[in-house]
Write a protein that binds this ligand. Structure first.
Ligand SMILES: Cc1cc2nc3c(=O)[nH]c(=O)nc-3n(C[C@H](O)[C@H](O)[C@H](O)COP(=O)(O)OP(=O)(O)OC[C@H]3O[C@@H](n4cnc5c(N)ncnc54)[C@H](O)[C@@H]3O)c2cc1C
Length: 427
């Protein structure tokens, strides 16, 4: 669901009261004394008319939890592998190792792998793997005229890609900065640009589950919002989220922090998106064969001489890539709330754990985690508890403004019911 600033402003009306109970709209409140939201990252941009956010608070509670999912991000300290290798008569084009960026970079690396395949005489290709990298590589091959068969031991909904949070996060858990090389950086930028363009074209297209959404980082420290030097350097200018950065000051947003920083995010609903990729692949004549490969020798049993390897973590044993390491991720999902149309991330002052929500049609995603070298696919109950506790507390404060629940003050303490709730405006 797209909620754009422009749309907000078209919906805006002049009103004196600020409420956060329903809808997702912005009000143009006439306020004379309060400092205005600082637009485009500048706090100096004070104006007598400012815009307040009216966001539906998510209902996060244990009773609304519907599942917890785990996935293992296929990380390599030196980044993804995109190169061709010969195994006897077979040419294998590797396309794997995307860490926390495999939903973001797949179209681009798939296009580059397919361009490498064009250098080969054959127009029949095998793709190993049926997650986001495998399916997009297969579509890129089909677009270039290849007849493609996907071989995989698991297909959606049973891939790591289905367990993804699935934002456009092209640099997340992707590479250790000190391992970057100029050649890899060039591959990365090209992959990121192709992917970003492709996902933009799918955004809002029926049946794809790709869309733009506002993301709010609720914070007391505006300096925390500055992008890291690494991202500044690696990520092309056009993809930096802070390009479209808007700061809402005290009193202008419903979060229990001083500021709320809005950026625009490109997001994917993994189950819808991957099913659509499978459907498109089949529509263009693709075949899917369920099978496992144990060693490169197993490739002799398939007819194709051209193979694109998108097995992710599977390449550790299959192609003996010892650099691959899992980074375990875990998401908890609550019953969907279609009226919540923004992502939010923030932390109460007395909390060590950040709260986050991301609304999808299959549930409101709560929390996330990154644990290197943990191969367990079992949910970690302590992480689930921490993520849920943080989200319940944080969003209860936000929700309290609607007067529907017992309020907490901005440090997370319960305010006695006899006391009317009032937003505690930071000094
Ligand atoms: C919690 C979490 C949050 C994430 N958030 C994001 C995000 O916001 N944005 C983003 O871009 N990315 C995100 N990711 C990362 C993204 O999900 C992964 O990078 C991506 O899914 C990896 O895809 P893959 O093809 O390597 O793995 P998979 O999707 O699992 O696909 C691998 C395929 O290879 C097959 N295979 C493996 N070994 C063999 C074998 N020996 N023989 C036959 N078949 C084999 C598997 O069966 C499967 O079909 C997240 C991941 C997690 C877990």
């Amino acid at each position: 669901m797209v909620v754009r600033r422009r749309d907000f402003l078209q919906m805006a009306g002049v009103t004196a009261t600020a409420g956060f109970a329903s809808g997702c709209a912005v009000r143009n409140d006439k306020v004379s004394a309060t400092p205005s939201a600082a637009r485009a990252g500048s706090l100096a941009a004070a104006s007598p008319t400012h815009v307040s956010l009216n966001l539906v608070a998510p209902r996060i509670s244990w009773e609304r939890v519907i599942r917890t999912t785990v996935g293992l991000r296929p990380h390599r300290d030196s980044g993804f592998v995109l190169k061709a290798e010969k195994f006897g008569e077979k040419t294998v084009i590797h396309d794997y190792g995307f860490g926390g960026a495999g939903m973001s970079l797949a179209w681009g690396c798939g296009a580059m792998a397919a361009d490498m395949a064009l250098e080969h005489n054959d127009r029949k290709a095998a793709v190993l793997g049926c997650g986001s990298p495998g399916l997009t590589a297969a579509r890129q091959l089909q677009r270039r005229g290849f007849e493609v068969t996907i071989y995989a031991m698991s297909v959606p909904p049973d891939t790591t890609s289905n367990m993804s949070y699935a934002g456009f996060t092209p640099t997340t858990a992707l590479i250790a900065n000190e391992h970057r090389t100029p050649a890899w950086d060039v591959q990365f930028r090209r992959a990121a640009e192709i992917s970003y363009r492709q996902l933009q074209l799918l955004a809002g297209a029926p049946g794809w589950g790709v869309y733009w959404i506002d993301s709010f980082n609720a914070t007391d420290e505006l300096n925390e919002q500055r992008p890291s030097e690494r991202e500044d350097d690696l990520l092309p200018e056009s993809m930096r989220p802070e390009r479209d950065r808007e700061v809402f000051g005290p009193g202008e947003h419903p979060f229990p922090t001083q500021y709320a920083v809005r950026t625009s995010s490109l997001a994917i609903e993994p189950s819808i998106y991957l099913d659509k990729l499978v459907a498109d692949f089949l529509l263009f004549g693709g075949k899917i064969v369920i099978r496992k490969f144990d060693t490169p020798r197993d490739l002799t049993s398939i007819p194709e001489f051209l193979v694109v390897n998108c097995t992710g973590l599977g390449s550790k044993t299959l192609f003996n890539d010892n650099e691959l390491v899992p980074i375990k991720g875990q998401l908890t999902l609550c019953i969907p709330q279609p009226e919540v149309r923004y992502r939010a991330f923030g932390r109460l002052r007395n909390s060590t754990v950040a709260a986050s929500i991301s609304p999808r049609s299959d549930g409101i995603v709560v929390g996330n985690m990154m644990e290197r070298d943990n191969w367990s696919l079992d949910p970690n109950p302590d992480v689930r508890q921490q993520n849920m506790d943080a989200a319940i507390q944080f969003f209860a404060v936000m929700r309290a403004r609607s007067g529907r629940v017992a309020p907490l003050d901005r440090t997370g303490e319960l305010v006695p019911r006899s006391q009317p709730f009032a937003y505690i405006r930071p000094a």
